[in-house]
Design a protein around this ligand. Structure first.
Ligand code: PEP
Length: 630
């Protein structure tokens, strides 16, 4: 919420934020090297980014990436504000624009608290509860980005800030404020003065005390002022002349720029000098127009949105323009609630309702047949993972991954999808794979951390490619590369140390099955390599039961055979770690799984998906298996 608020109040006043960035650059002696366009773009993009990250956090969108960005951002901001608090180069850090002014130390402590929160979020990103399902997150992201960039920042830049937090907002009694200052009381208008440009006479009191309407054309720097609306300004000046309303141009520019402006416009309104910071505070437009009535500001216009002729027919006393506008802050907040907050709330409710009905339907499908046993809906993750083994050169592998990526982006899967590829494919595929839809994994990693182990690839190296998964304990590695339970135990520890999710394979040979030893074998394999893990670490493991006699042979365990041993595996996990962990553990089936037999296998309550070898080498075949979850 802090990010959303702070991004919003800065985006609503892009010029104010730009001035602040300029102040920072000036404090570092860099202001003259950075063009205005760059500081303005930085102002809009930084505010929008902050707002956007806040929305992503709130909706728990792209949790891992967003929480990392937030942590990096908060680390930088905390260090920066510590420096600000110690060396005091600017009085107000500007983190909440003009909406909420904090001292530099207050800002530092605020950031220290947010840094702590960012750390928690980045350590446990997946514990953030999603407000909206993954497939609908793009709507929230695009809608929020468009809203903050176009509707808030863009519109505020083109017209004026939709919310004005500065001392010169509409409704300000400038006369009273100025009088306060004259009485020696504290007042934000101490810097306001009007001095005629030709004779240097101070006419502040005279202007503020004059009864009726006064137009103030405000141009902090005439040499930089936008001259596209000169005719419009002249028309309003003529209108003021016709009805006898005073009209002044307030600027910080010197004679040369004033003369140039006079030549361009041909208009003869009087010029007054005012402090340039005050002018920039008064109106976020160069030039902008202000209308005062009896010393009170009643209207402000950007040069892009000046009132047209139809609005100025008759005396100000008799037309709408001469009255205080009716669109107050409450109305504007209501507008934002209606057009931004409400659609997101409706979307969230619709999404949750849909998820809920899906959950109910799934719960019915998995219903326990025994009415005496309390029905519980299990929500563990369904996964279809491909194991490419030693197939495909780099080019073919990339082509397959691209095809799969496009296919699943167009038709979102109803389960987690992972492809595990040879090492050499990983880095290239990680570049384009949408890992929110398809996870990427290796087929193996070394049992050593690093060093002189020629030809080996460590878990850290796998992780550095962008992969998130690794298959360990595959029967082909156990058999051909003599990987023992001890070696696998080391590999699992190293993989987890490097934040890789392990797909751990277990399964019996044909002789063992024929001897009825399958339960014994899978139990020993679990005990030998993963039952040493803490509950927290075991929860990160995905088990793949792969009867060796079914791998690549075309022979599939029947759905009943597979279910029986899956249920057994779950029961020994429950014995070791408790029922809750067992209920949450994903157990995949592997061994000649195809699109034709996947639906029957996956319909079994303890089969949570598949580890697919041969059928993962063609996008259409693999997709057929993934669709078994639909
Ligand atoms: C495998 O090796 O993990 C596997 C299940 O292979 P296949 O699907 O080709 O039997």
């Amino acid at each position: 919420m802090t990010f959303i608020f702070s991004g919003f109040v800065k985006a609503v006043d892009p010029l104010g934020t730009q001035y602040k960035i300029h102040d920072y650059l000036a404090a570092w002696g860099l202001a003259q090297y950075v063009p205005d366009l760059m500081t303005l773009s930085a102002s809009v993009l930084l505010s929008a980014l902050e707002f956007f990250l806040g929305i992503c956090l709130l909706f728990a969108i792209r949790r891992r990436l967003v929480s990392k960005i937030v942590l990096v951002m908060m680390t930088i901001m905390t260090l920066l504000t510590l420096w600000l608090a110690i060396s005091d180069p600017v009085t107000d850090c500007g983190c909440f624009g003009d909406a909420l002014v904090l001292t530099n130390w207050q800002t530092f402590w605020k950031n220290a608290i947010l840094l702590g929160a960012a750390f928690v979020v980045s350590k446990w990103p997946l514990d953030m509860a999603r407000l909206i399902s993954e497939s609908n997150q793009w709507i929230v992201m695009n809608y929020s980005a468009l809203f903050i960039l176009l509707i808030i920042a863009g519109r505020s830049l083109y017209t004026l800030p939709q919310f004005d937090f500065r001392p010169y907002h509409i409704g300000t009694d400038l006369r009273a404020g100025w009088q306060k200052m004259m009485n020696g009381e504290e007042s934000p208008y101490a810097e306001f003065f009007m001095e005629t440009a030709d004779e240097g006479e101070d006419i502040t009191e005279q202007v503020l005390n004059s009864e009726g309407y006064t137009f103030l054309l405000i141009a902090p720097h005439l040499e930089e002022a936008d001259d596209s609306q000169l005719d419009e300004i002249n028309r309003i000046y003529e209108y003021s002349q016709e009805y006898g309303y005073p009209f002044y141009c307030l600027t910080a520019s010197q004679e040369k720029a004033i003369v140039r402006w006079q030549d361009m416009t041909g208009a003869e309104y009087p010029y007054c000098h005012t402090d340039d910071i005050t002018l920039k505070t008064m109106i976020r437009s160069n030039p902008g127009l202000m209308l005062m009535k009896d010393g009170t500001i009643i209207r402000k216009w950007s040069h892009n949105a000046l009132p047209d002729e139809t609005e100025m027919e008759g005396k100000l006393e008799e037309i709408v323009l001469g009255q205080m506008p009716s669109d107050n802050a409450a109305k504007k907040i209501l507008w934002i609630l209606t057009w931004f907050v409400l659609p997101l709330v409706v979307l969230t409710i619709a999404d949750r309702l849909w998820a809920w009905t899906k959950w109910i339907r799934k719960g019915k499908k998995e219903k326990n047949n025994n009415p005496l046993i309390e029905e519980k809906v299990i929500m563990r993750k369904k996964i279809v993972a491909g194991n490419w083994k030693m197939n495909m050169n780099l080019q073919d592998g990339i082509a397959l991954a691209k095809e799969l990526n496009e296919t699943l982006k167009a038709d979102k899967p109803n389960c987690g999808v992972v492809i595990c590829t040879p090492f050499i494919h990983l880095a290239s595929i990680a570049q384009f794979l949408d890992q929110d839809i398809i996870g990427l994994g290796a087929e193996n990693c070394a049992d050593k951390e690093k060093g002189a182990f020629t030809g080996e690839v460590s878990a850290e190296m796998v992780k550095s490619t962008g992969a998130q998964y690794v298959i360990l304990g595959h029967s082909e590695r156990r058999e051909y590369y003599k990987e023992t339970p001890e070696i696998l135990k080391e590999k699992v520890l190293l993989a987890q140390k490097n934040d890789l999710k392990v797909i751990f394979c277990i399964g019996e040979s044909l002789e063992e099955r024929e001897a009825g030893k399958q339960n014994e074998v899978v139990k020993a394999e679990l005990e030998g390599s993963v039952f040493n893990l803490s509950e927290e670490d075991f929860r990160k493991i995905v088990i793949a039961y792969e009867p060796i006699w079914a791998i690549g042979t075309g022979k599939t365990a029947t759905a009943e055979q597979a279910e029986e041993i899956h249920a057994y595996i779950r029961s020994i996990i429950a014995e070791k770690y408790g029922q809750a962990v067992a209920d949450d553990t994903t157990i995949l089936y592997g061994g000649s799984c195809k699109a034709s037999n996947a639906p029957e296998l996956f319909a079994k309550p303890d089969i949570d998906g598949g580890l697919i070898g041969g059928a993962s080498l063609k996008a259409a075949d693999f997709k057929g298996i993934i669709d078994a979850w639909k």
